[in-house]
Each structure stands twice: as structure tokens, then as C-alpha cells.
Design a protein around this ligand. Structure first.
Ligand SMILES: Nc1ncnc2c1ncn2[C@@H]1O[C@H](COP(=O)(O)OP(=O)(O)OP(=O)(O)O)[C@@H](O)[C@H]1O
Ligand SMILES: [Mg+2]
Length: 308
């Protein structure tokens, strides 16, 4: 990709996955780390980019993984990781320019050398975060299972649960899609994942499911099966591990619990839902999609996926 997020002619380009949601604490970093490990375990060359220059949680997660490797003398796979340094000039515009420059430098280093680029974005709007969204082949948006999180995507009529408007972040994604479509004819696959699902089914989360279905039609996004609320997700961070890693006395200090195994199962079904070009079948699917896009003469608006 060049500075404007457009794709230049040349050899193979990396597939870009972005974890994004303007709502803080929705599970972007946790999801990003699980996807990184899934792709590494499938034998791909993966670059990860942490755009959250303030919290740097993905960076910390990966550092914890490296430290665990050293401490235990093991070799869990790690990605080639990049993080933006936090710009600390007085003016916001100056900081954005600095961060953007760093982001573009990183992209230039990895776009032709890696199979996948996984970008974790901060829980707030920024120029580099918008640029990342406009380059995404797959955008994964985790949302916590509540109307407070839903509000980042759309507003709901409290009486009927019907979606009455779409929100700032969803509009930003729509713009990013338009931008992507005009610069390189690419199509972003947007997948919303409910995270931290409670095991108790309440009326509230049933109506949330209905509202999400409604919203997905309007936004042109897909809904993936959710990830449950599980303490293991928090416990694995300090040792840099994910539910997908082999858990043994060698790697974790103990074997997997039932909760680990259930978490792994959920993450695997999320991966299946994402339909990433991980294997031959996925690569053929991605190529077919690309060819279809190259040949499609109808503007995307006609397909209705950008409808308000
Ligand atoms: N399914 C889950 N079950 C339990 N805890 C979870 C789950 N998913 C995420 N968490 C925990 O919730 C917290 C927030 O998750 P995470 O850091 O992934 O969110 P984020 O969207 O990246 O946040 P931010 O916007 O601050 O970057 C972390 O402590 C994480 O361990
Ligand atoms: Mg984060």
C-alpha cells in the first residue's frame, strides 16, 4: 500500500485484518492476539501493528509472550511486531502527521514480505485508525454484549428495539469502504463479533440479538458467533498466551482447564466464520472475490450494502 492506502502494482500483497471499534474495552486487542496466533500456527508470515500508541496493549501482550518463551525455554511463535511511538508535540495535527508517517513506514516494510498484516486500533478516532480501516480486507469489530456498546454502531428505538439510525463509528466504516472501493476496487468484509457473552440468556440479550441482525442488514456486515465471558482470557495475557496455544506444564505451568478448551472452541468457530485466506480453499475464495470485483461493473451502492 502506498501513502494513501492504495495498492500499487507488484508482487503479492499482504492480506490486511483490522480489529476496530471506537468503544474502549470491547476486546479488540484480545481478538487481535488470537488472530495473530491462529495465523502463525497455520504457518503464515504475520506482521502485527499496534496503532494504540498510548496503551500499547498488543505490544505488551507480545512482549509477555516473548518473556514466557525465555523464562520457560520454549518457542511459541511470535509475529514481526511494530508499534507507533507516541507523538508528544503540542498540536494534535502535528502528532497525527508524525504517527501517520510512522504507520506508512511500517506498511512499506511489510506489505510485500508478509502474508498477513494484523492491525490493532485504539478505542478512539484518529487519522491512522481511519487509514487502517480503509485498507482492511477484513474488519473485525468485537462488541460487548450490551446496548451501551451497540450504541457505537447504531441507535435503537427503546420501545420496539428497531434500529433507527447508524452511529459515528459505523458511518466512519462506511466511508472507509467507499474510499477502499474507489482507490483499488477492494471490498472489505466486515464482521461484528459479540464478546463477553453471559451464559444467562436474558430478554435484554435476546432483543440485542434481534437489533444486531437488523443492524447487520443495514450496515452490510456479517455477525459471528460470540465469545463468552471467561476469566481465562484475562489470565492468559500476563504469560502472552492465547486459548489457541498448546497448554501444558511446559508452556503454561499447568494443563488446560475445561474453560480453556471451551474458549478455544469458540475462537475456532470465530476463525471459521471469518473465512480468511488461510488455506488453499480460502485463498481460492479470496481470488474469486478479487476477480469478481475486478469484473463487476455495478457500483457497490447498487448492491445496497451502503444503505443508511
Ligand atoms: N471474552 C472475554 N472474557 C473475559 N474477559 C475478556 C474477554 N475479552 C476481553 N476480556 C478482557 O477485557 C479487557 C478489555 O479487552 P481488550 O484489551 O481486548 O479490549 P480493547 O477493545 O482492546 O480495549 P481498548 O479499547 O482499551 O484498547 C481485558 O482485560 C481483557 O482481558
Ligand atoms: Mg486494545
Amino acid at each position: 500500500m502506498n501513502m494513501l492506502g492504495t495498492r500499487e502494482a507488484g508482487p503479492r500483497q499482504a492480506y490486511v485484518i483490522v480489529c476496530g471499534n471506537e468503544k474502549g474495552g470491547s476486546g479488540k486487542t484480545t481478538t487481535a492476539m488470537h488472530l495473530v496466533v491462529a495465523l502463525l500456527n497455520a504457518g503464515h508470515k504475520v506482521a502485527s501493528i499496534d496503532l494504540d500508541s498510548r496503551q500499547k496493549s498488543l505490544t505488551r501482550y507480545i512482549e509477555n509472550r516473548k518473556a514466557n518463551n525465555r523464562r520457560r525455554g520454549i518457542s511459541l511463535a511470535v509475529p514481526d511486531h511494530f508499534v507507533l511511538d507516541r507523538a508528544i508535540a503540542d498540536s494534535v495535527a502535528e502528532n497525527e502527521t508524525t504517527e501517520l508517517g510512522q504507520f506508512q513506514d511500517i506498511l512499506q516494510q511489510v506489505e510485500r514480505t508478509h502474508d498477513f498484516i494484523l492491525i490493532d486500533t485504539p478505542g478512539h478516532d484518529s487519522y491512522s485508525m481511519r487509514l487502517a480501516h480503509s485498507m482492511a480486507d477484513t474488519l473485525v469489530t468485537p462488541i460487548n454484549d450490551s446496548y451501551v456498546d451497540f450504541d457505537v454502531l447504531g441507535q435503537v428505538d427503546p420501545a420496539t428495539g428497531e434500529v433507527i439510525d447508524i452511529s459515528h463509528y459505523a458511518k466512519m466504516v462506511r466511508e472507509a469502504r467507499r474510499h477502499r472501493r474507489t482507490v483499488d476496487n477492494g471490498l472489505m468484509d466486515w464482521v461484528v463479533v459479540r464478546n463477553r457473552l453471559s451464559h444467562l440468556t436474558s430478554r435484554n440479550n435476546q432483543s440485542l440479538s434481534e437489533s444486531l441482525k437488523d443492524l447487520s442488514m443495514r450496515l452490510g456486515c456479517r455477525l459471528a458467533d460470540g465469545i463468552s465471558e471467561r476469566v481465562v482470557f484475562r489470565e492468559l495475557f500476563p504469560v502472552g498466551m492465547t486459548a489457541l496455544d498448546e497448554m501444558s506444564s511446559e508452556t503454561l505451568g499447568s494443563g488446560p482447564t475445561l474453560s480453556h478448551l471451551s474458549a478455544r472452541q469458540e475462537v475456532r468457530s470465530l476463525l471459521n466464520m471469518l473465512k480468511l485466506p488461510i488455506d488453499d480453499q480460502g485463498r481460492r475464495r479470496a481470488q474469486a472475490r478479487r476477480m469478481w470485483l475486478d469484473n463487476a461493473s455495478r457500483p457497490m451502492e447498487d448492491l445496497g450494502i451502503f444503505a443508511d
